[in-house]
Every structure is written in structure tokens, then in C-alpha cells.
Design a protein around this ligand. Structure first.
Ligand SMILES: NC(=O)c1ccc[n+]([C@@H]2O[C@H](COP(=O)([O-])OP(=O)(O)OC[C@H]3O[C@@H](n4cnc5c(N)ncnc54)[C@H](OP(=O)(O)O)[C@@H]3O)[C@@H](O)[C@H]2O)c1
Length: 323
């Protein structure tokens, strides 16, 4: 079996590759890097690409996909592309136009997966991060069940193959699952997940509802200043992780990725560095023992790198719940 094409079946019958290429980079990174890195990722075997409107690089990522289709490396149907509906577009009538804008930037007819990016609505409009005169984010309110219905319509219209959510806690997921007249369940919940925040309870909840948990910041995030608390310890320097890496003759990064895949989590990994992009696909070339898996479970300490504090007072802020 070609491990690189390992896929998991979603609850709507489509398949998602277990390893995905992350494309977010802070704004000071030139957008051309996303183009080059995504092309290279496809060349070395990544088939799942994770992006979003708010990353403001869908044009470049789309261009990378187009160029790898044009040169015969892949066919469109071999690529699994995820986009996300940003917080300023959660009002139901804005959902389809937002997805259509992403498709236009990407030069694609459909995406494979469209997610509600974060369950906190922001003031609708052109500004992706609308702030008041004091620099405070301007939030809004929305019934996420109505937003979900608009996503269901996008799926029916063929603009996306699958629909899901991101950064939802289990109560927010339950609200969608229990919605009157639900047509499609979310196929996944994409959340921060790594050995310091292993999300065991949310993972069990998702598995019990046939919802795939997709891990982001699987290496402990990019530690972007202004977004991530710099006092948090660096995941890849964890002594247990480093010892397990040494024992298995692997890097701590590969151990952190392999840990997720072995526990049934679809895993995203961002790198814009050719050496590390190539390294990361080697996650399929080794296995962790049950003892190693248990030891990694033991270093969980509920450290959330992406706290998204601007939403903390909003009723939709997801991280006030335990899971
Ligand atoms: N849904 C959401 O709200 C949400 C939030 C955050 C992220 N995401 C998605 O998830 C993706 C991944 O998460 P993330 O961007 O936070 O970062 P991540 O995957 O945890 O990666 C963090 C850093 O690790 C470095 N790295 C990659 N491979 C490595 C290796 N083999 N050894 C050592 N270092 C390595 C990368 O730097 P180099 O580039 O220098 O290699 C990268 O900056 C994002 O790009 C995005 O697509 C989604």
C-alpha cells in the first residue's frame, strides 16, 4: 500500500488524506513563499492542502495547485483542498458569496471541504479584522445553525464536496448535531491538537459521532508574536518527546506527527522549508510502540497556543468550556 495516500472516510462518503499541508504564514512572509512551498509539497507527495480566506494567500496556493495539474503531477480529483469561512461572513446570506470569492481566487470549480473557521462572528464587511478606534475587534452575533444551513446549500450546489467546522467545542457541535432538520452532519472539527493539548475528551466525543478530528499546530504552532503567548514552553524541546525521538531515530517533529496519525487524528503540518517539507512526509515510514504512545499521552498539560483572546467575552468563544 502507498502509505502517502492513506485516507480516512468522512461521514458523507468522501475521503480525506490523513496528512495535510498547512499554508498559513504571518503577514511579513512574502506570499510567493506559499506558492513555492505548496508546489514543492505536491511534488513530494502531499495531496491534502489546508488554507483559508483569512490567510490571504488563496491566490498563490490555487496557482500552485493549477501549476501541478498543468505539468501532469496531479489531477484535480487527487487533491483534497480545504478552505474556511471567516468570522466576518457568518451571516447566512454572506456564506455563498464568501465561498465563491475563494473559488475565484483559487481558480477552482469546487473545494473539497469548507469549514466554519471560528464560532465567533465579527462585523460583516470588507475588513477581515474589523477594529474600533481603540483597536478592539468589533464582534457581531449570529445563530450558527443558520450559518450551517447556508453551508449545506453550498454543498448541494456543488461548490464544496464536504462541510465541517473548526474550533468548535463539544456543546457547539451538539447544537449543530441536534438542529431541527439537519441535512448534513459536520464531517470534521479542525482544532489545535498536539502532545501538550491532546484533546482526548473532544477526540472521544468526535469519534462517537463519526466526526473526524483534524489537528492544527501539531508541532506547537508557529509562535507568531502578538497571537501566541511567548511564555508557553516550546513543544519540540520537550524532554519526553526528544527521548522518544532519539530512541526511534526520528526527529521530535516526526514523533509529534506520528502520534496523531496513530490515534486516528487527521494531521496538518505547515512548513515553507524544502528540507522539512520532505522530512514531514516520512511520518509514514515508522511506527510508535504502545509504550511510546502512552508516554506522549502523559505529557499533556492543556497548553493552548492559539487562545484567540479577542473573542473571549463573546458568548460563542469556544474555549470557556473544558472541551
Ligand atoms: N483552523 C484554525 O483556526 C487554524 C489555526 C492555526 C493553524 N491552522 C492550519 O494548520 C496549519 C498548521 O499549523 P501551524 O501553522 O500553527 O503550525 P505547525 O504545523 O504546528 O508548525 C509550526 C512550525 O514548525 C516548523 N516545522 C515544520 N516542520 C518541521 C520539522 N520537521 N522540524 C522542525 N520544525 C518544523 C514550521 O516552520 P518552517 O516553515 O520554518 O519549517 C512551522 O512554522 C496552518 O498552516 C493552517 O493551515 C488552522
Amino acid at each position: 500500500m502507498d502509505l502517502k495516500s492513506q485516507k480516512v472516510k468522512l461521514n458523507d462518503g468522501h475521503f480525506i488524506p490523513v496528512l495535510g499541508f498547512g499554508t498559513y504564514a504571518p503577514e511579513e512572509v512574502p506570499k510567493s513563499e506559499a506558492l513555492e512551498a505548496t508546489k514543492f509539497a505536491i511534488e513530494v507527495g502531499f495531496r491534502h492542502i489546508d488554507c483559508a480566506r483569512v490567510y490571504q494567500n488563496e491566490q498563490q496556493v490555487g496557482q500552485a495547485i493549477q501549476s501541478k495539474i498543468a505539468d501532469g503531477t496531479v489531477k484535480r480529483e487527487e487533491i483534497f483542498y480545504t478552505s474556511k469561512l471567516w468570522c466576518t461572513f457568518l451571516q447566512p446570506d454572506l456564506v455563498r458569496p464568501a465561498l465563491e470569492k475563494s473559488l475565484k481566487d483559487l481558480q477552482l470549480d469546487y473545494v473539497d471541504l469548507y469549514l466554519i473557521h471560528f464560532p465567533v462572528a465579527m462585523k460583516p464587511g470588507e475588513e477581515l479584522l474589523p477594529k474600533d478606534e481603540n483597536g478592539k475587534m468589533i464582534l457581531d452575533s449570529v445563530d450558527l445553525c443558520r450559518t450551517w444551513e447556508a453551508l449545506e446549500k453550498c454543498k448541494d450546489a456543488g461548490l464544496t464536496k464536504s462541510i465541517g467546522v473548526s474550533n468548535f467545542n463539544h456543546k457547539q457541535l451538539e447544537k449543530i448535531l441536534n438542529k431541527q432538520g439537519l441535512k448534513y452532519k459536520p464531517v470534521c472539527n479542525q482544532v489545535e491538537c498536539h502532545p501538550y493539548l491532546n484533546q482526548n475528551k473532544l477526540l472521544d466525543f468526535c469519534k462517537s459521532h463519526d466526526i473526524v478530528l483534524v489537528a492544527y499546530s501539531a508541532l506547537g504552532s508557529q509562535r507568531v508574536k502578538g497571537w501566541i503567548n511567548q511564555n508557553h514552553p516550546v513543544l519540540l524541546e520537550d524532554p519526553v518527546l526528544c527521548a522518544i525521538a532519539k530512541k526511534n531515530k526520528q526527529t521530535p517533529a516526526l514523533v509529534a506527527l506520528r502520534y496523531q496519525i496513530q490515534r486516528g487524528v487527521v494531521t496538518l503540518i505547515k512548513s515553507f522549508n524544502k528540507k522539512r517539507i520532505k522530512e514531514n512526509i516520512q511520518v509514514f515510514d515508522f511506527e510508535l510502540s504502545p509504550e511510546d504512545m502512552k508516554a506522549i499521552d502523559g505529557i499533556n498539560r492543556n497548553i493552548r497556543y492559539n487562545e484567540i483572546l479577542f473573542g473571549v467575552d463573546h458568548p460563542g468563544y469556544p474555549y470557556s468550556e473544558e472541551y
